[in-house]
Design a protein around this ligand. Structure first.
Ligand code: SF4
Length: 154
């Protein structure tokens, strides 16, 4: 009999779920193919935080001279959605723990799911070092985070 497969948390948009801010998805075949080897647990932190779909794009705000992130998240029209992002991160961590996930494959550069590189809050496509709210919380809790272009290192 086949042994129990490892559970891995995955950004739902990478599996083709239309949960992205614009109502679309970011399906990646290489990620969906991992279902042959692992049990993938889909999550969308922004929906889990209570945000609707479609929704305005949001970015984390960087403020100081080094461009360090403040932890605040605002939409392109200036609405502060930090509380929803924090709630979504907490709910995602809850699911990761419930399913015993030691790894997560998260959408790169998202203000929730991006790991190590995100946009700088100017909505100009400028990237800076830093992680999304959920990716940061998962990493702080010992979960190994991979981007979709990094899955060969799983
Ligand atoms: Fe995808 Fe994460 Fe954005 Fe949801 S919050 S649409 S899972 S990148």
């Amino acid at each position: 009999m086949e042994g129990k497969r490892e559970n891995i948390l995955v950004s739902a948009c990478l599996l083709g779920v239309n949960c992205r801010y614009d109502g679309g998805n970011g399906r990646k075949e290489a990620v969906t193919e991992l279902m042959e080897t692992y049990s993938l647990i889909p999550v969308c932190p922004e929906q889990l935080g209570g945000l609707e779909t479609p929704r305005e794009p949001a970015e984390q705000i960087s403020s100081d001279a080094e461009g360090a992130l403040t932890g605040r998240v605002v939409t392109c029209s200036g609405k502060d959605v930090t509380d929803s992002f924090l709630k979504g991160a907490e709910e995602t961590l809850k699911l990761a723990e419930l399913y015993g996930c030691k790894k997560a494959i998260l959408k790169e550069r998202s203000p929730s799911c991006g790991y190590k590189t995100v946009y700088d809050g100017t909505f100009s496509g400028t990237k800076i070092p830093g992680s999304g709210v959920t990716a940061r919380l998962l990493a702080e809790n010992g979960i190994l985070v991979y981007g979709e272009s990094d899955i060969e290192n799983l």
